[in-house]
Design a protein around this ligand. Structure first.
Ligand SMILES: C[S@@+](CC[C@H](N)C(=O)[O-])C[C@H]1O[C@@H](n2cnc3c(N)ncnc32)[C@H](O)[C@@H]1O
Length: 321
């Protein structure tokens, strides 16, 4: 039997597109892709899978991140053939000599940035068919709500009103101070014009009838835009059709994010309780060491004529010493 599929960040959020690698690589093969560009690499989870795919398919990989973490730099050291562009997606796309066959966009998840990246690709494509475009975070929480890694890279009049260090909860268009998946910078309200990843994708294809959008509602939403003028369009359409807008996947994903939010809340509660217990333990340890407490215990023992109402033995038991 084949090995079971690799599980990325077990018990984590399932943040990486590596979670949909089978589907993503089938699309890459359909094109077929000789050069693939990833915008937004983070620690290189997907990049590693892309490199493995490229090795087997005589292709090359470039990846873009303005803030490459240590693990990504280690991957670059391991794989000198990986082209790391330390810049924003918009700048990297504008600086390319020619468009790659396939582009995966998973950088800053807001309307302004994604639209800028898409327009840069459109400008380069001119009258030719677009490359295959794939995206992450076309589902909750980013579908209809901007988030920002660096809000100052987005002009203030192109930005949603911001909320800082807040929680996002499915079905709640506002933000929470106490619950939800945490985001440093998010639009204060979900929905409305020019807000979110899916809104940007829909607006981009709206005036371009050759472009088709499919959204796979799994792992925060995997989206594909393919150009019907491209010779590979039918193959990509056939690959994504069974997954596109699948009601079963919608249900699974909604169940998954509800559990993520709940687990995140529980983990936070456990953390707060741990802090409190640590304080209580420190106080009890101080009492155990205290000569004043020892004296009080002796006085209590005399008054009670037997086991005192408080004792160092009892404290040691509670502390499990
Ligand atoms: C969600 S992570 C990418 C995960 C990765 N693609 C995967 O599937 O494993 C998003 C990354 O985008 C980067 N990023 C933020 N703003 C960006 C921008 N304007 N252009 C490109 N990348 C950006 C962040 O530094 C972060 O590492």
């Amino acid at each position: 039997m084949d090995n079971p599929p690799r599980v990325t960040d077990p018990l984590g959020w399932g943040y990486s597109l590596a979670n949909v690698i089978e589907l993503l690589s089938a699309c890459l093969e359909a094109v077929p892709t000789r050069r693939v560009l990833e915008v937004g690499s983070y620690e290189g989870e997907l990049t590693r899978d892309l490199l493995a795919w490229a090795d087997a398919n005589d292709a090359s990989v470039a990846t873009v991140d303005p803030l490459p973490p240590k693990r990504l730099l280690e991957l670059v050291a391991e794989r000198p053939d990986l082209d790391l562009i330390e810049d924003t997606g918009m700048a990297a796309l504008a600086g390319l000599d020619e468009l790659p066959d396939s582009i995966i966009i998973d950088g800053d998840h807001n309307y302004f940035t994604l639209t800028g990246e898409l327009e840069a690709i459109a400008g380069r494509a001119g009258d030719e068919p677009f490359p295959l475009l794939m995206f992450h975070d076309a589902g909750w929480p980013h579908a209809r709500r901007d988030t920002y890694y660096a809000p100052d890279r987005v002009p203030e009049d192109q930005r949603q009103p911001l909320a800082h260090n807040v929680g996002l909860v499915p079905g709640e268009p506002g933000v929470s101070e106490t619950r939800g998946l945490p985001y440093e910078w998010a639009a204060a309200t979900e929905g409305g014009a020019k807000n979110g990843v899916l809104t940007a994708l829909e607006d981009f294809i709206a005036g371009r009838p050759d472009l088709k959008l499919a959204v796979v509602p799994a792992f925060f939403g995997f989206a594909v835009i393919y150009d019907e003028r491209a010779p590979w369009a039918d193959k990509v359409a056939a690959i994504v059709a069974p997954w596109d807008d699948s009601p079963i996947l919608h249900r699974l994903e909604s169940n998954r994010v509800d559990h993520l939010v709940r687990n995140h809340g529980l983990a936070q509660e456990v953390h707060e309780l741990r802090v409190k217990v640590n304080e209580q333990e420190a106080l009890l340890n101080d009492m155990l060491e205290s000569s004043a407490f020892a004296m009080a215990e002796r006085v209590s023992k005399l008054r009670q004529r037997g086991e005192p109402i408080f004792s160092r033995r009892r404290i040691s038991e509670v502390l499990d010493k």
